[in-house]
Ligand binder design. Structure first.
Ligand SMILES: Nc1ncnc2c1ncn2[C@@H]1O[C@H](COP(=O)(O)OP(=O)(O)OP(=O)(O)O)[C@@H](O)[C@H]1O
Ligand SMILES: [Mg+2]
Length: 236
């Protein structure tokens, strides 16, 4: 099972949007797919509930209940034959919960919204994640995605430089698009919508899917996929 965690401690950066888009893409390719929602707001689970009856099946796992309760272990159940598990993290997550999520994970995607405040908060979060998140060196792959990008706001350069120093890939820039809002309202995803309406959105999303493609084994040895812990520690 490939486990993909979508996380950023900053609220509203696009975690649920990425989680639901990735899950609906995999479900559409006939992979057994599940979403595990750690957010008490339950946005991903709500999205699953409003999906049309005929839509590709995605299993719902709820990890938001209080840690250590029987209820939580029952609700967190994921079928044994699951091939793709996508974890939607809540905002503000740190400490033990962060480590619990990271421990389950092969791939971590961090969406960032285009504001100086978001970018600064994300850089701090990435440092915390690398130093205290319990990432398995060489095993967990981490990447960043710009989300809700508008043409007039080319403000990601400082973040791109920061990521370069850490050897973390900056996968793509996803536009601010009504199609994502529509998809959220309808319990669907851009890979399930009419291609003529979402061609641009799909093209922008492709680098994420390529990065997640586990068949491209050579990925694991590429230098940009190996986290530079020393530099994070030294406070870049
Ligand atoms: N690329 C996009 N274009 C347009 N709207 C977007 C895009 N990405 C996200 N949104 C919208 O922005 C809002 C916040 O996105 P989302 O819920 O995915 O963020 P989040 O990180 O999960 O938030 P939270 O921290 O509250 O869980 C939602 O209304 C969502 O539909
Ligand atoms: Mg969310």
């Amino acid at each position: 099972m490939q486990t993909i965690l979508i996380i950023n401690s900053k609220g509203g950066s696009g975690k649920t949007t990425l989680a639901t888009t990735i899950a609906s893409y995999f479900a559409g390719t006939n992979k057994k797919t599940a979403i595990m929602d750690y957010d008490p707001q339950g946005s991903s689970l709500h999205w699953l509930k409003i999906r049309s009856k005929g839509a590709n099946t995605i299993h719902a796992a709820d990890a938001a209940a209080q840690k250590g309760t029987l209820m939580r272990s029952l609700q967190m159940y994921v079928p044994g034959d699951t091939e793709k598990l996508i974890i939607d993290a809540p905002a503000g997550v740190d400490g033990v919960l962060l480590q619990e999520m990271v421990k389950k994970t092969d791939y971590i995607i961090i969406p960032v919204a285009p504001s100086a405040i978001d970018i600064h908060a994300t850089a701090c979060f990435i440092k915390d994640l690398l130093l205290k998140g319990g990432i398995r060196k060489q095993k967990t792959k981490v990447a960043v995605v710009a989300n809700r990008v508008r043409k007039t706001m080319p403000i990601y350069e400082p973040l791109e430089r920061f990521l370069q120093v850490l050897s973390l890939p900056f996968l793509t820039k996803i536009s601010d698009s009504d199609q994502y809002i529509l998809a959220a309202e309808q319990g669907t995803g851009i890979f399930e919508m009419d291609e003529k309406d979402v061609a641009k959105e799909r093209k922008e999303f492709e680098p994420i899917l390529n990065w997640l493609n586990p068949d491209a084994d050579q990925q694991t040895t590429r230098p940009e996929n190996v986290v530079n812990f020393d530099r994070a520690r030294n406070g870049v």
